[in-house]
Design a protein around this ligand. Structure first.
Ligand code: ATP
Ligand code: MG
Length: 363
């Protein structure tokens, strides 16, 4: 009889074992999803790489445990090394006419102003970059373009070609409508002018250059102005948005605001990735955002407490995830980032194959 140690396992057996492991969110097995790379077998030791659909994968540990257990079950295997890499899959509706591919565009909106959209947008962008993604942030807020302030930059790098190079801070490429026009002037823009400006923020900007993202930006986070006006409309007409995030405060009355944000995204055919509850705590209470998510039937993406440090960090250009990565606030923002990335992966996996004629960027 052959003892266990005499069996030599082969790649097909390893693939067979890994085929029994489901990607927890995409509900298909890892082999069918083409997520297994570089299987190495040396005597009783097996190593392989799991290619995640986002470096911000929230279920990495679960996948690690389950793949290891599945391969350990094979006769002749005594040691399993699971490595991870990530390749963000893109929203196949986004036109490739841009300089570098922008794989996913995620807009941050709300039903009303001052709820923390920009705070959530910058911390989300920085957290995704910290996790290894290539990230850009586009500030489309004509009323108060304050993404640059919250990321501690005040101008663009000098112009060296026809294209503007985005600013770069905390690992994130930054472009703001505030860089294009003097303070307050964008406010008076309407319709075509605004449309043109927002389209330039996509096409006349050398996205990908500062972070060396030759393969494309994985996530472009867009900070929207409050309300449901021209900027939202222009953006949605220019490029397909992979998804929208609604930021809401925790009061029970926040449901009507969240619903307004939800309806605005729906009207523009933007799928809603979920709701973030911001400013939770003793002052405004807790739970309104979560209830709104349940009432609207969308995922709850996480809760951020009301903390003086968050406001101070914003004022000083140091987002919580960058200045105090150990803090509970930073962890709360990272939880939101992981959930958003997971929702984007799920949405892209569910989307039908690319249309035969790609949607054109109209400008
Ligand atoms: N969780 C929080 N704790 C403490 N302060 C916060 C928190 N979230 C946001 N803030 C502060 O509240 C103010 C408004 O936040 P922010 O500018 O992000 O909101 P907004 O929704 O983008 O506003 P607007 O509608 O004007 O664009 C800022 O001063 C910000 O620093
Ligand atoms: Mg804002």
């Amino acid at each position: 009889m052959f003892g266990k140690s005499n069996n030599r396992v082969d790649k097909d057996q390893v693939l067979g074992a890994l085929k029994t492991v489901q990607e927890p969110e995409l509900h298909q097995d890892l082999v069918t999803l083409n997520m297994i790379r570089d299987i190495q077998i040396e005597d009783s030791k097996v190593a392989f790489t799991v290619m995640l659909t986002t470096p911000a994968c929230p279920l990495r540990h679960q996948i690690e445990d389950e793949t290891r257990a599945a391969v350990m079950k094979l006769a002749g295997v005594k040691e399993v090394q699971v490595k991870f890499d990530a390749q963000v899959r893109g929203d196949n509706r986004i036109p490739s006419k841009l300089n570098v591919p922008i794989k996913n565009i995620v807009a941050v909106g709300s039903g009303k102003g001052g709820v923390g959209k920009t705070t959530v947008a910058v911390n989300l962008a920085v957290a995704l970059a910290q996790m290894g993604a290539k990230v850009g942030i586009l500030d489309a807020d004509i009323y108060g373009p304050n993404v640059p302030i919250m990321l501690g930059v005040d101008s663009l790098p000098p112009l060296t070609s026809e294209q503007m190079t985005p600013a770069f801070a905390h690992g994130v490429e930054i472009m703001s409508i505030g860089f294009l026009v003097p303070d307050g002037e964008a406010l008076i823009w309407r319709g075509p002018m605004l449309h043109k400006a927002i389209s330039q923020l996509f096409t006349d900007v050398a996205w990908g250059v500062p972070s060396g993202a030759t393969g494309g930006l994985d996530y472009m986070i867009v900070d929207l102005p409050p309300g449901t006006g021209d900027a939202q409309l222009s953006l949605a007409q220019l490029v397909p948005l992979t998804g929208g995030i609604i930021v809401s405060t925790p009061q029970e009355v926040a449901l009507s605001d969240a619903r307004r944000g939800f309806t605005a995204f729906q009207r523009l055919s933007v799928p809603v990735l979920g709701i973030v509850e911001n400013m939770a705590g003793a002052v405004f209470g807790v739970g309104g955002g979560e209830h709104a998510a349940a009432a609207l039937g969308v995922p709850f993406l996480g809760r951020i407490e009301l903390e003086t440090e968050i406001r101070e960090g914003g004022d000083a250009g140091k987002p919580a995830v960058a200045c105090c990565p150990e803090s509970s606030q930073a962890e709360a923002f990272r939880t939101v980032a992981r959930k958003v990335a997971a929702q984007v992966s799920v949405m892209n996996a569910q989307r039908p194959a690319a249309p035969k004629t790609p949607i054109k960027l109209e400008m």
